[in-house]
Design a protein around this ligand. Structure first.
Ligand SMILES: Nc1nc2c(ncn2[C@@H]2O[C@H](COP(=O)(O)OP(=O)(O)OP(=O)(O)O)[C@@H](O)[C@H]2O)c(=O)[nH]1
Ligand SMILES: [Mg+2]
Length: 144
């Protein structure tokens, strides 16, 4: 199992996805600090939104096998700087969240473009709430 570290803006769905992957009940709580689990590291959105925390992200990334960058279909603002993946020495994948909220494919395409510009190679489309696309991500994390 690969250990993945989730990075993305406040409310993008990192904790909800973590709960879904761990088979827990979906319960909202605000992430206040980096949370370490067996195969997942869940970070607070503030760590992306304030550059002073980048160092904490890169240091913590040393404990992960892969970095997962999250963008939701309802995000209209750019959340990742171009080439954000170069902060990390680990492979970087993208996760498009909340696809249940996409009125049309253009919203998914917009998120995909942003993740590509951030440097994500492989991109997954998921809805943690509706349990869509989770199996494909799990499969990727299970691959050696
Ligand atoms: N419709 C829908 N809502 C979702 C989905 N995933 C998360 N949400 C909602 O989005 C809100 C924020 O989700 P979180 O998982 O707490 O977001 P986060 O990225 O952990 O946020 P921070 O901890 O603040 O950085 C919650 O109200 C979730 O229920 C999804 O797949 N679909
Ligand atoms: Mg959270």
């Amino acid at each position: 199992m690969k250990k993945i570290m989730f990075v993305g803006s406040v409310g993008v769905g990192k904790t909800t996805l973590t709960q879904r992957l761990k088979g827990l009940e979906l319960n909202y709580y605000k992430t206040q600090a980096i949370q370490f689990y067996d195969a997942i590291i869940d970070t607070p959105g503030e760590f992306l939104q304030h550059r002073k925390y980048y160092n904490a992200l890169t240091v913590t990334a040393a404990e992960a096998d892969v970095i997962g960058l999250l963008v939701s279909v309802v995000d209209t603002m750019q959340t990742f700087p171009q080439g954000f993946s170069s902060l990390f020495t680990k492979p970087v994948v993208g996760v498009i969240t909340k696809i249940d909220m996409a009125e049309d494919d253009s919203k998914i395409d917009r998120a995909r473009q942003q993740l590509k510009q951030a440097g994500a190679l492989q991109i997954f489309e998921i809805s943690a709430v509706e349990n869509k696309g989770i199996a494909a991500l799990e499969e990727y994390l299970r691959e050696e």
